[in-house]
Design a protein around this ligand. Structure first.
Ligand code: HEM
Length: 671
């Protein structure tokens, strides 16, 4: 039998390996794993309840856990294939139950099985988390089977849940506390919104997590780029890419930001003198029509403008390519948008519809997506090729250095053009809509028609007028414009981009205790760190729903397990109050080893853009000035923006941020 299934060369190798493996350190680790598992069993089941049906089921579960790994793909099976010193446990034992490796089907089965025992037979949950069971029956009644199934298949979670996912999570957070299990049928996600747990997931215990479903979803688009990269690839690439964001390069990009801001100002100036007359609607809900037909004169969708300008910036800074999206919409720009849209749709999909057999031929959106991706990849390949050729050409004396030029110069022998392309695509996705969304929401808050932020706007203008006036901003100016940077930080607190961080446990783990219910994660468990709920937690922030940049200037007392917020602890090198200053209650750019690489880039870009716009123009919502906007609430009675909110990788408005633009009066004095 063995001769039939194991080819002779492999069989020879197996024999050698088996001999070696008897007392090697990997076997030692396996034994330690088994012992730990058995001890874990002892701990996790109360002696008093070891009887009856539940206990029989628990025994069955244990038996399965004991048997399945040894007979199928568990550690004992993989022992045959082990190298003495595996280069990477994560990959080498991927799909087995080996702790630290990429979780596979058996781990998923264990979680599903446990959920079934819990939800069908009423057993105690293995993880110990309180459960938020999504009420799918009501959703089914409300939408009908057809729409329900269609939304599930196409990833339109928002329709059937009744609002953006982050609101649903915040509703449960308020009802159930900072750690709970969200169950969609037998599938489950552990949702957390607590600073101590965030610190554990992102920093102290971060080696025990990978990006889980996020990687699976983004891999077809971003390949082995940093965001979805598995821990092995990530380690190699981060080391190479991070130095690319050095100070000299960031200084150089400042002039690029200013050039692009000047283009935007020119475009808006052309509309500033136009009068929409009495064509403005009573509420932003009417803006929907403007997506498909011409808006009144002088009205502009600032969300769309910010998207265009940030795409142009990232194209020029990262791979020295001018998308020219601020002025025209080329097929390439459309391809970028559609790919981003698809990436977002996949992140919220219940069912991986794109993996269905033949999906890429049969589902029109998937056909279009694959065509767009080919177009985009071909362009990026061309840019990589050009950069490689320019690198070989010693005479190339172009003074602008893109991130791609840097990566090409620093490349080791082993880096492939595909890897470089994945890196570029990742920067494009990570650095484009995030910054655009930040600017959109800060503008929304500063010019809200209720006037609720007019005192912040006044202070911001005073600071900008005093420090920069109408000239181009330098790095030193940006350091001096502290309030402007706090406005951006507050924008990221109220509208974190993305509103959810995703992880998957590589080994069983105990989360720091935040309530009287300790929560254990099974290997393979999916975790959502809801930054939206964390940033708006009334336990951590005063008036959490209010846009108040000055909150970051005041000390906030901590509580048990949370050190509070201290403005004096903002590091001199940081352009914003980072995760350390708020002891992980504020995660504007993530934290730990996988924190954002483009944080400085994003803050510099946004400060320049905001300063230029605020000092030149006044903005007003494109609604009838006589109309009053009623405060809007969404899922669970939680406040939502009047312009609606849609979620994907970032938070979008429902139909755009349509505004009228006016030259500022009195105009900014020229230098
Ligand atoms: C306001 C703008 C931005 C925000 C709010 C933001 C936010 C974030 C967050 C929260 C993460 C961590 C994700 C996680 O832990 O799962 C992240 C990662 C990342 N961001 Fe950003 N980002 C922004 C702009 C940028 C820009 C401009 C770039 C590049 C030019 C960039 C490149 C990256 C990369 C490469 C990663 C992955 C890092 C890694 O895994 O090692 N981001 N970003």
């Amino acid at each position: 039998f063995k001769a039939m299934v194991v080819p002779p060369r492999a069989s020879q190798r197996l024999k050698t390996v088996r001999r070696r493996v008897v007392d090697d350190k990997v076997t030692g680790k396996r034994l330690e794993f088994e012992e730990k598992t058995i001890n874990g069993w002892e701990d996790s089941w109360d002696n008093a309840t070891r009887s009856g049906f539940d206990w029989e089921m628990e025994k069955l579960r244990r038996r399965l856990e004991e048997l399945v790994p040894s007979t199928m793909f568990g550690p004992r099976y993989w022992r045959f294939l082990m190298e003495e010193n595996p280069e990477s446990e994560y990959r080498q034992y991927a799909g087995s139950t080996y702790p630290g490796s990429k979780p596979g089907q058996l781990d998923a089965f264990r979680i599903l099985f446990n959920n079934l025992l819990q939800f069908v037979l009423g057993n105690e949950s293995e993880d110990g988390a309180v459960v938020a069971a999504w009420d799918w029956r009501s959703a089914l009644d409300e939408h009908g089977l057809g729409k329900f199934a269609y939304s599930i298949l196409t990833g339109d979670l928002q329709t059937i849940v009744g609002g953006p996912l982050f609101l649903l999570l915040t509703k449960y957070h308020r009802e159930l506390g900072p750690v709970f299990k969200l169950a969609f049928g037998p599938r489950s996600f552990i949702v957390v919104a607590d600073p101590a747990v965030a610190k554990h997931l992102l920093r102290d215990g971060s080696k025990n997590y990978d990006k889980g479903i996020l990687s699976e979803i983004l891999q077809p688009i971003l390949g082995n780029g940093l965001i979805p990269a598995d821990p092995d690839v990530w380690k190699r690439r981060r080391r190479v890419i991070a130095p690319g964001f050095h100070r000299a390069w960031l200084d150089q990009t400042l002039s690029l930001f200013d050039d692009c801001a000047a283009d935007l100002i020119g475009d808006l100036a052309g509309r500033a003198s136009l009068d929409p007359g009495d064509l403005l609607p009573k509420t932003p809900a009417a803006w929907k029509a403007w997506k498909h037909q011409n808006p009144p004169p002088g009205v502009v969708d600032m969300e769309e403008r910010f998207c265009s300008v940030s795409l142009d910036i990232i194209g020029k800074a990262v791979f020295d390519y001018d998308f020219g999206s601020s002025n025209s919409e080329s097929p390439l720009v459309r391809a970028v948008y559609r790919c981003l849209y698809e990436a977002e749709r996949r992140t919220t999909a219940f069912v991986p519809f794109w993996l269905l057999p033949g999906a890429q031929f049969l589902i029109p959106s998937q056909r279009d997506f694959n065509r767009d991706l080919r177009l985009l990849n071909a362009k990026l390949d061309e840019l990589v090729r050009r950069a490689l050729e320019a690198d070989d050409d010693d005479d190339d004396d172009d003074e602008r250095i893109s991130l791609l030029d840097f990566l090409v110069t620093m490349r080791g022998e082993d880096v492939s053009t595909t890897q470089l392309r994945d890196d570029l695509m990742t920067m494009l996705v990570a650095g484009h809509e995030t910054t655009a969304a930040l600017l959109t929401w800060v503008l929304y808050e500063l010019f809200h028609p209720s006037g609720r932020s007019s005192h912040h706007l006044k202070r911001l203008r005073e600071e900008l007028d005093a420090v920069v006036g109408a000239r181009a901003m330098t790095y030193a100016d940006i350091l001096d414009c502290k309030f402007a940077r706090l406005c951006l930080a507050e924008g990221l607190r109220l509208y974190p981009q993305p509103p959810l961080l995703i992880r998957r446990a590589l080994d069983d783990d105990q989360l720091p205790t935040t309530t009287d219910r300790p929560v254990r994660l099974a290997r393979g468990a999916d975790v959502f760190l809801s930054t939206w709920s964390l940033h708006k937690s009334p336990d951590l922030w005063d008036n959490p729903e209010t846009f108040d940049p000055s909150r970051f200037e005041k000390k906030k007392q901590g509580r048990d397990g949370w050190a509070g917020y201290d403005p004096d602890s903002i590091p001199a090198t940081s352009l914003y109050p980072n995760e350390q200053t708020a002891d992980f209650a504020f995660l504007p750019f993530g934290a730990g080893s996988r924190r954002c690489l483009g944080d400085q880039f994003a803050i510099l870009e946004s400060t320049v853009m905001l300063a230029r716009l605020i000092t030149t123009f006044d903005f007003e919502f494109a609604v009838d000035p006589k109309a009053t906007l009623e405060p809007k609430t969404g899922l669970g009675g939680l406040p939502v923006a009047d312009v609606g909110m849609r979620t994907g990788a970032t938070i979008h408005t429902e139909n755009g941020l349509w505004m009228t633009v006016h030259h500022r009066t009195p105009p900014l004095p020229l230098p």
